[in-house]
Design a protein around this ligand. Structure first.
Ligand SMILES: C[S@@+](CC[C@H](N)C(=O)[O-])C[C@H]1O[C@@H](n2cnc3c(N)ncnc32)[C@H](O)[C@@H]1O
Length: 219
């Protein structure tokens, strides 16, 4: 069976997964990401988890179609609640809101293990997720952006370091994006136009907007 391609958003998530690790894909739905990573030899095993039986059965169908039942286990799980610490190294949580991703991390008893890498791709409220991360001793190691079907997305590689970092409000929106990269600039310009709309009813955003405009012009 010919392997599908991942779209730019899932490709960017895949690019952060370390070679040879035990992977968990939380909110896997169709299980494209773990199937693609196993088929391409990036990882040998994966847990494909979803809270809903419907999406999980789509995931199981993909796993069956590519004959990966020995490599990928589809598991019903709310976040990481039924995933043990020793079962995974890299955890992808993609395609959900930033608040839900933060809740999944806060509900996970072992998320503060410094060896674990979290690859996070919030669809909304990225700033809420970044605030949660920095209030709880996590750090963004790397952050990139991409365009997919004319929409802009960001993906963060995160781990718990326990360090206390002071961040300002603009960091909640800019994060660790490298603004010499065109995709990061486009993503941030898109965020900026949202912020401008929000600032019509929330004037406290005006200094944040000014700072982000300055950062975009500097690069
Ligand atoms: C929009 S899909 C994203 C699929 C895939 N991760 C992607 O990025 O293309 C979101 C999936 O997350 C699942 N989901 C929502 N809340 C969840 C939770 N607390 N734990 C696990 N899965 C969850 C949904 O059932 C759905 O299948």
């Amino acid at each position: 069976m010919r392997l599908f391609s991942l779209d730019n958003r899932l490709s960017l998530c895949a690019s952060f997964v370390r070679s040879g690790v035990k992977l968990a894909d939380i909110g896997t739905d169709h299980a494209y990401l773990p199937v693609w990573l196993v088929k391409n030899g990036v990882v040998n095993t994966a847990l494909a988890c979803d809270i809903n039986e419907g999406p999980l059965s789509f995931g199981q169908e993909t796993v069956n179609r590519y004959e990966l039942c020995d490599n990928i286990e589809c598991r019903l799980s709310d976040g990481l609640k039924v995933v043990n610490e020793d079962e995974v190294d890299d955890i992808v949580i993609a395609g959900m809101g930033g608040e839900l991703i933060a809740k999944i991390l806060s509900d996970c008893t072992w998320a503060k293990n410094k060896d674990k890498h979290f690859i996070l791709q919030p669809m909304t409220k990225c700033e809420v997720l970044i605030e949660y991360l920095y209030e709880n001793g996590f750090e963004i190691l790397e952050q990139k952006a991409c365009e997919c079907d004319k929409k802009h997305y960001t993906v963060m590689l995160v781990k718990h370091t326990g360090h206390h970092c002071d961040i300002d409000k603009s960091f909640l929106f800019v994060g660790k994006l490298d603004l010499s990269d065109e995709n990061s600039k486009l993503y941030l310009s898109h965020v900026l136009s949202h912020l401008k709309k929000r600032s019509l009813s929330d004037k406290s955003l005006l200094p944040v907007i000014e700072k982000i405009e300055g950062e975009l012009q500097n690069d």
